[in-house]
Design a protein around this ligand. Structure first.
Ligand SMILES: [Zn+2]
Length: 177
């Protein structure tokens, strides 16, 4: 096991042999993949990792040498952080900084806890809204809330991408089989 000290940078992007982004792993895990020839480094990060016998640049993007078949999660998990990230940490009603999660159609009236019924909201709007619907208050949502989609969401979730990963994550979604 290489003696790899933790470094700056939270992780490395792993690409399939086909260059399709798969997931984010720790830099240490990515380095072990490279050292064991299970992956090759595609883009370096900052700094050098030292093992007992060798040194290698901190991997930022690695590509697996063998194709792995991965069953995709078809939907993004609904979490507080993910909702804030989808909505840009802005209140859906007043565009101010969001601190709370609002159920558009109130839960107290049977509204579901689902991507299509949750938005980030500031405490004030959330409190004012109470158990009313936006229509009852004459409020409008800029767009109906939907579940986030796309490679970046599948790979990163609410995590902020390293700028070095952007080229890879902008890949077009493969056509659904
Ligand atoms: Zn608000």
């Amino acid at each position: 096991m290489p003696d790899i000290r933790p470094t700056v940078g939270s992780g490395a992007l792993v690409l399939n042999a086909t260059y399709e982004p798969l997931c984010v792993v720790s830099v240490r895990r990515a380095a072990i993949l490279v050292l064991s020839a299970k992956a090759v480094c595609v883009a370096d990060g900052d700094g050098i990792l030292h093992s007992a016998r060798s040194a290698l640049p901190v991997p930022s993007v690695v590509r697996l040498t063998r194709f792995v078949r991965v069953p995709y999660r078809t939907h993004v998990g609904l979490s507080r952080r993910a909702i804030f990230a989808r909505d840009g940490w802005r209140c859906a009603y007043c565009r101010g900084p969001a601190e709370t999660i609002d159920h558009v159609f109130p839960r107290s009236r049977g509204g579901r806890h689902a991507w299509e019924n949750v938005v980030a909201a500031c405490a004030r709007c959330n409190h004012t809204k109470g158990d009313k619907t936006p229509a009852e208050l004459g409020w409008r949502l800029p767009a109906p809330p939907t579940a986030p989609k796309g490679i970046a969401w599948r790979v990163l979730g609410h995590r902020a991408p390293d700028p070095r990963w952007v080229d890879w994550l902008d890949l077009r979604e493969p056509e659904a089989a």
